[in-house]
Structure formats: structure tokens, C-alpha cells
Ligand binder design. Sequence first.
Ligand code: SF4
Length: 197
Amino acid sequence: MTCPAHCCTAESKGEGIAFLTLRDAERVKKATGMKISEFADVFEFEDEEEVERYLKSEHHGDRLFGGLAHELQMLSLKSKKNSATCTFLRKNKMCSIYEARPMICRMFPLWFNRERGKIKFTKHNDGPPKDEACPVLKKNPTSKEVMGLMNVDKKMYELAEQYYQEMKEYETYKHRINENLDKVLKSLPKPKYKKVL
Ligand code: SF4
């Protein structure tokens, strides 16, 4: 199956590409040697309605994402200059930071809920027209079928748990995403959750 890397491209120029946790930013920085400001951006939602549509609705099948915006802003990957494509997407549609790609890129086209401390995977519901461009989602698979395609194993559950904890951490510090993020990261307490990445 050929992946057209559609989820590495925003619908229009200037849109956020992929949500970054602070730890995503830390990992990408470590892997690339780049400054966080060179690859991270603060994405601005137009209004609360857009926040509702993208983060709080059925868009992700749950409400995990719902609390991540702060004053209509959210940390995301930069797009290339004058383009709607992720700064790390190569011309051949391959990711140049595959081993260090953000959590959301690792999960796609899966998403998950966390109920009573347990991770429950679902398929990512990105809504049309993106579903049509995704060779997996356009076939309208069940969540179980997507889990099969993604070879969901114990490590994937651990990864989702770490991602959940990183989102909670991000939520705590989301009011600081316009500060120097290297300094913000240095000021964070050491994570207590299990790290598999
Ligand atoms: S980091 Fe890689 S996988 Fe994620 S949006 Fe960019 S190119 Fe795609």
C-alpha cells in the first residue's frame, strides 16, 4: 500500500501540521540538533468554534484532545515555507525524522480513549475530505481492522499511555508555549510516567 502522506500536509498554507507535546519537541530537537523554534510553530485556531470542531468534537472520537488549546493556540510542527507540507516531509513523501516523529504521527490512523486508566484504541476519525485521501481510512475500516493493520501490541499500548501522560503534561504547561521552549523544558519536573520512547 502506498501512503500519499496526506496527513503530513495541512489543508491550506499556514495551518498547523501536527500537534506536538513538549516531549515531542524535546525528542525532535535531540534527534535533529535543530532549535525547537526551527521546527515548531504555534498554531492559531480561528475561534472557539474551530477548537470545538478540531479538538472537542467526534473528530478524534473522544475528548482527550479537548483541553489542549490555550487562548486559541496549540503547539504544532512547522510547514515548509509557502507550503502546507510538514517541514520534515521529503519530496519522496517519506518522513525525514521517522524515528523521532511526534506521537500523533506514530498513532495515525489510530486514535485512543483512556477509560478508567485503560487505553482503548479506535480508528482516527479525521473526517472528509482527508479520509478519502488516506488509503486505510477511505475503506471505512472498523477500529479492529485498523488495529490489525497497525500491529497493535503491548508496546503500542505503552506508547499510547505515554502519549496520554505527555498530553496531560502539555495541558499543564500550555500557557507557556510562546516562551523559549528550551527553557520551559528545562524547568519541567522529571516525568514520573513510564517512558517507552
Ligand atoms: S513529522 Fe514526519 S510523519 Fe509527522 S507530519 Fe511531519 S513528515 Fe509526516
